[in-house]
Design a binder for this molecule. Structure first.
Ligand code: KG4
Ligand code: ZN
Length: 340
C-alpha cells in the first residue's frame, strides 16, 4: 500500500511516499530556514505563505522521484496537529483537495506521534519503548505502547529544549537554527567549564522538565562567566549549556526506563540530531537506543506517511470536516506513579 504523506506544521514543507508504513519510496523536504534566519525564529505568516507557494511543487517532485502516478497512491496522510495553525491548514487543505479529486482516504496524523514513529522507518523497534521527543516546539517523555498508544510521563513546563538552544544562540548571535550552531561550536569547548543549574520541580511530576532557568542563567548571567568574550569562552559556554540542556531530558528519560522497566529508548525531533545526545545514547550499555538519521529527526513527511499507514489499518480516517489543531489533542498524560 502506497501512502502519500504531507507535512507543513512548521517551517519544513515536505512530501513522501511510503510503502506499507516502512519503505520510503521518495521523500522531499523543502526547508524554509533561510527565510526565517533573519528573524532568528519562525515567522508564522511567512511560513504559511511559503507553504502555499511550495506545496504543489514539493508533492509533484515527490511523485516524479517515485516513478509512481497519483493513481498508484492508496491514501493521503497529512499532519493535522500540533503546529502553526496557518501552516497546518495549507497542508491539510491541499491533502483534502487531493484526496477528494482522487476519491482516496484522507488520514489525519499527529506530528508528535509521528516523530516517535520515525525510527520505525529505519529499524524494527519492538513496543513498548520509552519515547524522548526533543524539538523546537516540544519536549516530552512518554511510554510508547503502540504507534498510536502513547502515555505522556512528563513535558516541559515552559520552553522546549530546542527553543532554549535557539534563544541562547539568538542572544549570542551564533546563527539560526541555534541548535546546529551551538552543537558545532561546542566541539571545541570544555563542557565542564561552567556549571549551570538544573531545575528542581518539587511540585510537578517526576518526569516534567523546565528550560527557562537554564536559559536565563546562560543569557543573563553571562557577565559572571568571563572577563572577556573570547572564542574559547564562547565554545566553553556552548558546550556547558549543551551538556546541561541534554542531560536535563535524557536523565529523566533514562529514569523512566528504569522506573517502568522498559529497556528500549527512542529519541526523535530536531534536537535528536545533537552530537552530545547521540554520544550519551551510544554509551548506554543496558538499554537499546534508537534515533533516526538526520533527515528523519527534523520535520519530515516520511514519518507522517509511515504512521498514516497504521492509522489507516486502525480505521482512523479523516472526513471532509477534519480540521487542524495548534495543540495536540491525541495524547494523554499518565497518572502519577507511587515512587518506590
Ligand atoms: O523537530 P524540528 O525540526 O522542528 C520542530 O518540530 O520544532 O526541531 C527544530 C529544533 C530547533 O530548535 C533546532 O535548533 C534544533 O531542533 N536542532 C538542534 C540540532 N539540530 C537542530 N539542537 C541541538 N543540536 C543539534 N544538532
Ligand atoms: Zn517536529
Amino acid at each position: 500500500m502506497y501512502i502519500l504523506g504531507i507535512e507543513s506544521s512548521c517551517d519544513e514543507c515536505s512530501a513522501a511516499i511510503v510503502e506499507n508504513g516502512k519503505k520510503i519510496v521518495s521523500h522531499i523536504i523543502a526547508t524554509q530556514v533561510e527565510d526565517h534566519k533573519l528573524f532568528y525564529g519562525i515567522v508564522p505568516e511567512i511560513a504559511s505563505r511559503l507553504h502555499s507557494e511550495w506545496i504543489y511543487n514539493v508533492v509533484q517532485e515527490t511523485l516524479s522521484a517515485s516513478k509512481l502516478t497519483l493513481n498508484d497512491i492508496d491514501a493521503i496522510a497529512v499532519t493535522t496537529e500540533p503546529g502553526l495553525m496557518g501552516s497546518l491548514i495549507v497542508g491539510l487543505s491541499f491533502a483534502k483537495g487531493l484526496a477528494y479529486s482522487l476519491q482516496k482516504p484522507l488520514i489525519p496524523v499527529n506530528h508528535i506521534k509521528a516523530h516517535l514513529y520515525a525510527p520505525q522507518l529505519e529499524f524494527d523497534v519492538a513496543y513498548p519503548y520509552i519515547g524522548l521527543l526533543l524539538s523546537g516546539g516540544h519536549s516530552l517523555i512518554c511510554i510508547v505502547r503502540d504507534s498510536d498508544d502513547i502515555e505522556v510521563l512528563g513535558t516541559t513546563i515552559d520552553d522546549a529544549c530546542g527553543e532554549a538552544f535557539d534563544k541562547v544562540a539568538k542572544f549570542y548571535d551564533l546563527g539560526y537554527p541555534g541548535g546546529v550552531y551551538i552543537d558545532k561550536m561546542a566541539q571545541d569547548g570544555d563542557a565542564k567549564a561552567y556549571h549551570f543549574p538544573k531545575p528542581k520541580l518539587k511540585h510537578r511530576g517526576e518526569f516534567d522538565v523546565s528550560y527557562s532557568g537554564l536559559k536565563t542563567a546562560v543569557i543573563h548571567q553571562s557577565h559572571q562567566f568571563w572577563n572577556q568574550k573570547s572564542e574559547q569562552n564562547m565554545a566553553n559556554l556552548a558546550a556547558s549549556f549543551q551538556r546541561t540542556a541534554i542531560d536535563i531530558l535524557l536523565d529523566k528519560a533514562l529514569l523512566a526506563c528504569e522506573r517502568y522497566k522498559i529497556n528500549r529508548l527512542v529519541a526523535g525531533g530536531g534536537v535528536a540530531a545533537n552530537s552530545y545526545l547521540r554520544q550519551r545514547l551510544n554509551a548506554q550499555e543496558n538499554i537499546q537506543v534508537y534515533y533516526p538519521s538526520f533527515d528523519l529527526c527534523t520535520d519530515n513527511a516520511a514519518m507522517i506517511a509511515g504512521l498514516g499507514y497504521h492509522n489507516f489499518l486502525a480505521e482512523k480516517l479523516g472526513t471532509w470536516q477534519t480540521n487542524a489543531s495548534s495543540r495536540s489533542q491525541g495524547l494523554h498524560k499518565a497518572k502519577p506513579q507511587n515512587r518506590p
